[in-house]
Design a protein around this ligand. Structure first.
Ligand SMILES: Cc1ncc(COP(=O)(O)O)c(C=O)c1O
Length: 379
């Protein structure tokens, strides 16, 4: 089976697994808000989906996204996309070309690197898995890596998988560096709603920051595929000609997104309460097992990485042993070949019973994973 076919079959199998506990993709599995359910049902019953949505998204949704980010409506525009991943692909296609480079961190999120490479750019990954630097990109590292050919500095902030986020001072310095060479900061703030005191690059560098926006994690719409790119009006004008959703994105998904934004503060209060409780449950379980540790706690994302390197257990083996128990977690190598042998990642926007099952199974899964080398391919 080809790599792609194997990957597809893998995820198809996961989807078909009854009662699978999805703790691997930072998706949100809490029961949806009644207002979102209503919006979905209303859109289906009205059969709104027979028509194409406007190419950049419904105006009310576009305005609500900009408001949600707290950016100035007069100078900021947005394009609704098929999830944040399509936003990221569009930005890479628009700004990367042969002779340019794309700078990001390792670990980080891998797909935009693929988009940048496909557009001809050289990808430069800066290693940040370093306790001495608090698992963060430093200003010095960034300054030493960029040059006049840098088109995009891609910051995943809060970082997936690490769970760190940047302070205002750090973000200001990154923006100053980008401005100095005329590079865009592609600010992937998919997880910003789980962070404390998140700072948007767009507030510090409005002329050169491009924000990618997701509804998958805070609102739980991953399978509906809706997200956005947000930037100043000139940038959006340019990006619009590179967008793949020329016939608009899902009408139904946009209605759900709109409804979610309208109830966001109420919804996120409860989501945060549960996911923080789940983070604390992981911490208690990890603290009981010598050799396991949480490099970043608490996390500013809806996930935690658990370091298992000192136990001598392979993350892939641990993920396979959890899979046998009906629990999907992520092996570190999904994010980073360089550091991936050190950790697993566990998502926290899940029902508390799922989290408690993970914690209860952790000691037995570790024992079962010890010495296990022959693990089926994971993606
Ligand atoms: C950093 C990061 N950006 C973007 C995405 C994709 O978001 P969406 O589901 O909106 O395409 C993910 C999904 O895991 C992610 O981790």
């Amino acid at each position: 089976m080809s790599g792609f076919e194997a990957r597809n079959t893998h995820f198809d199998r996961l989807f078909a697994t009854p009662n699978l506990f999805w703790l691997g993709q930072n998706t949100n599995h809490l029961p949806m808000h009644p207002a979102v359910r209503r919006a979905l049902i209303d859109a289906i019953e009205a059969e709104e989906f027979h028509a194409y949505a406007p190419p950049g998204g419904f105006e009310a949704l576009r305005r609500a996204i900009v408001d949600d980010l707290g950016l100035p409506g007069a100078s900021t525009a947005t394009l609704v996309t098929d999830g944040a991943v399509a936003a990221l692909a569009t930005v890479c296609r628009a700004f990367c070309e042969p002779g340019t480079n794309f700078v990001t961190t390792d670990p980080g999120w891998k797909w935009p690197m693929q988009f940048a490479r496909q557009a001809g750019a050289e990808v430069r990954e800066i290693p940040i898995y370093d306790p001495a630097a608090g698992y963060k990109l430093t200003v010095k590292q960034l300054a030493e890596t960029i040059d006049r050919n840098t088109r995009i500095i891609y910051l995943v902030d809060p970082n997936n998988p690490l769970g760190i986020r940047y302070t205002r001072d750090e973000m200001q310095s990154f923006c100053d560096l980008a401005r100095g060479i005329g590079a865009k900061i592609l600010h992937d703030c998919t997880y910003r709603d789980f962070a404390e005191q998140h700072v948007l690059a767009a507030t510090l560098y409005p002329e050169g920051a491009v924000t990618s926006y997701s509804f998958s994690k805070w609102l739980g719409l991953a399978g509906l595929r809706v997200g956005a790119i947000v930037a100043n009006r000139d940038i959006i004008e340019r990006l619009a000609s590179y967008a793949t959703a020329t016939l608009g994105c899902s009408v139904i998904a946009q209605r759900a997104a709109q409804a979610g934004l309208a109830v966001k503060s109420e919804w996120m209060g409860e989501v945060q309460r549960i996911q923080r409780r789940n983070q604390a449950a992981i911490k208690r379980a990890v603290d009981k097992i010598p050799g396991l540790s949480l490099p970043v706690y608490p996390s500013h994302g809806n996930f935690l990485i658990v370091e298992c390197a000192k136990l001598g257990v392979k993350p892939e083996a641990l993920a396979a042993m959890f899979a046998e128990r009906g629990i999907m977690i992520r092996q570190g190598s999904y994010h980073t070949p360089r550091f991936g042998a050190r950790f697993i990642k566990v998502s926290t926007t899940v029902p508390t019973e799922w989290m408690d099952a993970f914690c209860e199974q952790l000691p037995a899964a570790i024992e079962a994973a010890r010495g296990l080398n022959d693990v089926p391919e994971l993606f």
